[in-house]
Design a protein around this ligand. Structure first.
Ligand SMILES: [Zn+2]
Length: 59
């Protein structure tokens, strides 16, 4: 999934609480849900490895 991302930001949906938040497509550090704290993305050195569903790409 991640290798298809072309944008700088993505909107990702938290699997646990349904929160949608915008984050860097290539996060340098792990991204946690603002609402429940669940891990949403892990840094990989390139594009993040997303745990939740990517809703849309954001330019
Ligand atoms: Zn959450």
């Amino acid at each position: 999934m991640a290798e298809k991302i072309k944008s700088s930001f993505v909107k990702v949906k938290c699997d646990d609480c349904g929160n949608e938040q915008i984050t860097f497509a290539r996060a340098a550090s792990a991204v946690d849900c603002h609402i429940c704290g669940a891990r949403l993305a892990e840094p990989t050195g390139g594009y993040s490895s997303f745990k939740g569903e990517i809703i849309e790409e954001v330019e």
